[in-house]
Design a protein around this ligand. Structure first.
Ligand code: NAD
Length: 425
């Protein structure tokens, strides 16, 4: 049986609808493999709660803009809902639903006691001043206030948001509660109870997954990274630190390429100063989308969904793809890559480092205690490598791709939680 969730925009295949179709396809395959009955399948394919809000924002010139915001709790059977908050102009309910669903399987896969959620506001943060962004964030939070809380649903940074955004959310929620509630968000500044190691956690997890999948010395291994934001820039840095040669990176401004390897630390400083990688003097310019087709050992998509599709997948030459982004490969592309013998370490495994350290941050907040960075790093590595080994073993045992195996484990654990809890009433 194929699960259909009605689209918010049925006449048009939006990026969000494409992401939701991918997520549902991946779920459906896993549910088939697990032999789940139709009722449970429908329940797991359907978000538990979806909230759409209108967020009025007073602009600096006095104008009033109204933007759409969303919060989706896909599943809460294993614990409070957990998931990032995205500020991006094309974000819509379908995209947020897909991202929330992937969060559910990801948390179950790495064995942390959370359900999956996601939030989004359809806005370009680059077009707002800091004060406008603050007003927007606080108003969005007040609109979704009934849903969030440290025991209910805990947001974190995603595309277009950062630790400052989390600080505003924590403050808005705390003012309403009447006392400080650091556990309402993760990815906060350390001065407000953020965990040591959270900033680079997703990228560290990408590095751990990439090195585990490589299975050989990283010395001289060539890597291309799509996206040079919070995940991509530090993934490039950590892979470079491990001995890999980062030959190309891209962001919305363009792409840069250096056969001999990029000086990643210098490029990060340049991108911070100029707002992007384009124009970096110590490399050649490259067409942004050509980066995906470079002859490299490892490709790390760390930007947006549906970057690798049936159109460009036949031209992807990397033998290993490690998904820093959520949903960067469509199901059609997956089939092409699998047939070509390309290994794909899927998003719900490769980028799980972020939610793992978010969980550690939340545990520290709930205990009003803080761990040293060494302790956080060891726990992150153990959880990542444990999940990696589970996925690889199941894939080998049942002849599945790593994505299929990861989904079978994640979906299976959530289904088991539903079956154990039973249905109310
Ligand atoms: P970000 O906003 O910090 O960075 C996004 C980057 O992608 C920017 O450099 C942007 O310029 C670039 N980009 C956008 N479109 C592009 C294109 N067409 N080609 C090349 N580059 C492009 O966001 P982020 O937090 O780094 O998130 C990136 C991805 O990682 C998203 O899919 C997100 O859901 C996922 N992710 C993030 C975290 C986290 O902790 N931040 C955790 C897990 C997964």
């Amino acid at each position: 049986m194929s699960i259909m969730v009605p689209s918010t925009t049925p006449a048009l295949i939006t990026p969000g609808r494409q992401a939701l179709d991918s997520a549902l396809h991946q779920f459906d395959q896993a549910a088939g493999h697990l032999g789940l009955d139709d009722g449970l399948r429908t329940m797991l394919a359907t978000p538990r709660r979806s909230l759409t809000v209108s967020v009025p924002v007073r602009r600096e010139d006095g104008r009033l803009d109204v933007v759409q915001g969303f919060r989706v709790q896909h599943n809460v059977s294993r614990g409070p809902a957990k998931g990032g908050l995205r500020f991006h102009p094309t974000t819509d309910l379908d995209e947020v639903t897909a991202l929330a669903m992937w969060m559910t399987w990801k948390c179950a896969l790495v064995g942390i006691p959370y359900g999956g959620a996601k939030g989004g506001v359809a806005v370009d943060p680059a077009g707002l001043t800091t004060r406008e962004l603050e007003r927007l964030t606080r108003r969005y939070v007040s609109e979704i206030m009934p849903l969030i809380g440290p025991e209910k649903d805990i947001p974190a940074p995603d595309v277009g948001t950062d630790e400052q955004t989390m600080a505003w959310i924590m403050d808005t929620y705390s003012v309403s509660a009447g006392y400080s509630v650091p556990g309402v968000v993760t990815g906060k500044p350390t001065t407000l109870g953020g965990s040591l190691g959270r900033t680079g956690a997703t990228s560290r997890g990408v590095q751990i997954a990439a090195l585990a999948a490589l299975g050989r010395s990283p010395e001289g291994v060539t890597v291309a990274v799509q996206g040079f934001g919070k995940v991509g820039a530090l993934a490039a840095q950590y892979l470079s630190d491990a001995g890999c040669k980062i030959v190309a990176v891209s962001d919305v401004t363009g792409a840069v390429h250096a056969r001999g390897g990029l000086d990643v630390a210098r490029l990060r400083a340049y991108a911070t100063e100029t707002g992007g990688v384009r124009g970096f003097h110590h490399a050649d310019a490259l067409d942004r989308d050509d980066l995906l087709e470079l002859d490299v050992d490892v490709l790390v998509p760390a930007a947006m969904e549906s970057a690798i599709t049936e159109v460009n997948a036949p031209r992807v030459r990397a033998r290993l793809i490690v998904e820093g982004a959520n949903g960067p490969t469509t199901p059609e592309a997956d089939e092409i890559l699998a047939a070509a013998g390309t290994t794909v370490v899927p998003d719900i495994l490769a980028n799980a480092g972020g939610v793992i350290v978010s969980y550690l941050e939340w545990v520290q907040n709930m205990q009003a205690y803080s761990w040293g960075s060494g302790e956080v790093e060891v726990k992150l590595r153990d959880l990542m490598l444990g999940a990696f080994s589970d996925v690889r073993s199941l894939a080998a045992e049942r002849g599945l791709t790593l994505r299929q195996a990861a989904h079978v484990i994640g979906v299976g654990r959530v289904a088991e939680a539903h079956q154990m809890r039973g249905l109310y009433p």
